[in-house]
Design a protein around this ligand. Structure first.
Ligand SMILES: [Fe+2]
Length: 431
């Protein structure tokens, strides 16, 4: 195998180790539904194998289906998450055998494939990138399920660099055009393409994500009780949901506590806030006299290098993330303190734009000008419109393989179980 194939094989092995670690549990925990928002963990596990079979073995290599009778069970579009516990899905040992069998054949295909083949699935190993990223995304989903299960001892924690209090609140991004999206990153999804010029007026964007201390101040100031800060839909959600704090927070004895993977601990005030929905982020921003950044503002502040006239793959440059640059890939089971990654700053000086928490933007998820669906409409296109808000930057639970300046995620504005926070922006005064 050449170096690139070795690297793909290593990524395939690493992501599978991760999936197996999150599903190392009693069968009962794996087949149970912990929340109607989520699938049973073992469904996710076999689904990633089935997806790998569909795309690498069948679509890219033309191999006869191994288990065509289970395709419908693992088709995310045929059964919504809430109905998945009633499916005749594979039991844990059967699921592990199935995905192991698929994986063995995938490694054989990798060995034999020509990565310079002009077929868009095979060229540059696109189909391998597709399944690696897909599995990492499901691993993050499994972590969200484990968080909702409140089961202790299932998710490993770890060390992170210390925070850096102080520093500027906001960074300035001068007016001017930048290149949004990509034509060149080989494993980018259809929704990141094509690259296109976007001209933005000047704006300020928060140097760091909004922290727990600032968010607690919004709560203490009655932010959840004041309709002035909320959109009509947001206020309706606030009233119907009865929510007064981020998910997993409770106040006891004058202190905010949070539940994190089955442990209860005081909310660390120096971490980015997480588990807030879009409506909460939007209301906070209005209370703070700001607004959420548009998706274009977020991307320009994250990766645009005006000095060279090109976009960086990550805020600090094109080199792969390291533990000193960003909190990605589940190094610890939490966001890092604010200011922990000065070396990961973007050309404009914005920090912690990748890793820690996904960041809500003010933009609905839609296709870029010239969008074309690849390899299937259901990856992105069916979600375009006014149902989903764009999330950017990846969380501590996201893997570097599925995070970059151009990477786009999306979810309903009411979702809070995901590892999501935000930062604010404001339009610069005209001079
Ligand atoms: Fe999936």
């Amino acid at each position: 195998m050449n170096d690139f194939k070795e690297r793909i094989a290593a990524e395939l092995i690493a992501v599978r180790d991760r999936s197996l670690a999150y599903t190392e549990a009693e069968d009962d925990l794996l087949v149970r539904q912990h929340s109607p928002l989520m699938s049973p963990l073992v469904w996710d596990l076999a689904h990633v194998g089935n997806y790998e079979e569909l795309w690498v073995l069948r679509a890219a290599a033309g191999i006869t289906p191994l288990r065509p009778e289970i395709d419908d069970i693992y088709d995310a579009f045929k059964t919504p998450r809430k109905d998945r516990p009633t499916l005749p899905f594979l039991r844990p040992s059967e699921a592990r055998d199935y995905i192991g069998g698929v994986r063995g054949r995938v490694l054989d295909v990798l060995d034999a494939v020509d990565l310079e083949d002009p077929s868009p699935l095979r060229r540059d190993g696109f189909v391998f990138g597709l399944v690696i990223q897909h599995e990492h995304q499901h691993d993050e989903t499994m972590l969200a399920t484990l968080q909702l299960s409140r089961q202790p001892g299932m998710v490993r924690d770890g060390a992170l660099p210390p925070g850096r209090p102080g520093g500027a609140d906001e960074v300035h991004v001068p007016a001017g055009p930048f290149l949004m999206g990509t034509d060149t990153l080989p494993w980018a999804y259809d929704n990141e393409r094509p690259a296109h010029r976007v001209d933005l007026p000047a704006y300020w964007i928060d140097r760091l994500p909004v922290g727990n201390a600032a968010y607690a101040a919004f709560i203490e100031d009655g932010g959840y009780h004041d309709p002035r800060w909320w959109t009509p839909e947001g206020w309706k959600w606030r009233q119907e949901s009865g929510v007064f704090a981020p998910l997993f927070w409770v106040k006891d004895g004058g202190t905010w506590w949070r539940s994190r993977f089955g442990r209860t601990e005081p909310v660390p005030m120096d971490e980015p806030v997480q588990h807030v929905c879009w409506y909460e982020a939007d209301a906070y921003a209005r209370w703070a006299g700001k607004r959420l950044p548009t998706e274009a503002e977020w991307e320009k502040a994250c990766g645009w290098d005006a000095a060279t006239g090109r976009a960086r793959k990550y805020p600090w440059g094109d080199q792969d993330p390291t533990p000193e640059l960003a909190n990605l890939g589940h190094r610890a089971a939490r966001p890092a303190p604010l200011g922990a990654y000065p070396g990961g700053a973007s050309p404009y000086g914005a920090e912690q734009m990748v890793g820690d928490v996904w960041e809500w933007t003010g933009t609905w998820f839609d296709g870029y000008p010239g969008f074309s669906a690849f390899p299937y409409r259901e990856y992105s296109e069916v979600f375009f419109g006014r149902d989903y808000r764009v999330l950017r930057g990846g969380s501590w639970a996201a893997d570097p393989a599925a995070v970059r300046t151009t990477f786009r995620n999306w979810d309903y504005p009411i979702r809070r179980q995901i590892f999501t926070g935000f930062r604010c922006a404001r339009t610069a005064e005209q001079r």
